[in-house]
Design a binder for this molecule. Structure first.
Ligand code: HEC
Length: 199
């Protein structure tokens, strides 16, 4: 009887291990809240890729698609983003740094900035694509867009580097789409630089 039980139990145990391993690897081994936010970031990244291709001239500019993708990003910033970062949740394959909870105010500010600037981009998608008001952002041939938008970091980030009022949605909506796009990319990289492990 004893021997029989062992024979039955062994394969069952092996099955359970196989099943939970394949579940856990759905996003590089992430589970729970960590997986939820990796999924969120990944979909934000996907929308950003769609927009970036247009601003870099790889795809024809389509204001409706820009508006849609920017709205998606905007709707997933702020509180929607920060609620996925409960204190100390860096288990598994998470790339989050503990600095998030040591500097929560800055972290939430950047999450809010994402919503603000993605909202500005959605609102400004149909504006002329030249340099925006305050063309201090005119860093490249398309105005407001550097040669390498994801790589370029603006040390004045958050300080109205381009002379734009930073908190007035009506004024932000007057920006050129390129200037708004630059703000969005700066917000992604500012947060990753400070709060995400280097790749
Ligand atoms: C408020 C801070 C913040 C902002 C703003 C932000 N991110 Fe992230 N992002 C993070 C953190 C932290 C991680 C690491 C999450 C983890 O692994 O726990 C991350 C991870 C990612 C990942 C990897 C997801 C994966 O598959 O594991 C992508 C892609 C990404 N972000 C894209 C973006 C893009 C694009 C933007 C701007 C449109 C952006 N993020 C804005 C903080 C931010």
């Amino acid at each position: 009887m004893k021997i029989f039980n062992l024979k039955v139990l062994a394969p069952v145990g092996a099955l359970i291990i196989v099943a939970s391993t394949s579940l856990a690897f759905a996003h590089g081994g992430a589970t729970g809240i960590v997986k939820e936010r990796m999924d969120l970031m990944a979909s934000v990244g996907k929308s950003m890729k769609t927009i970036t291709e247009m601003f870099q001239g790889e795809k024809p500019y389509d204001a409706a698609i820009v508006r849609q993708a920017a709205s998606f990003i905007g709707n997933h910033g702020g509180e929607q983003m920060t609620r996925l970062f409960p204190e100390g949740s860096i288990q598994g394959p998470s790339e989050s740094l503990p600095a998030i909870w040591q500097n929560w105010q800055r972290f939430s500010e950047l999450a809010d900035d994402l919503t603000k600037y993605a909202g500005a981009l959605a609102a400004a998608a149909d504006n002329p694509r030249g340099p925006g008001m305050g063309s201090g952002m005119n860093q490249g041939r398309q105005g407001g867009l550097g040669a390498s938008p994801m790589g370029r970091r603006n040390p004045m980030m958050g300080q109205s580097a381009d002379g734009m009022p930073m908190n007035d949605p009506a004024a932000l909506a007057q920006m050129s789409p390129n200037a708004a796009f630059a703000r969005v990319t700066q917000t992604c990289s500012a947060c990753h630089t400070q709060f995400r492990k280097k790749q």
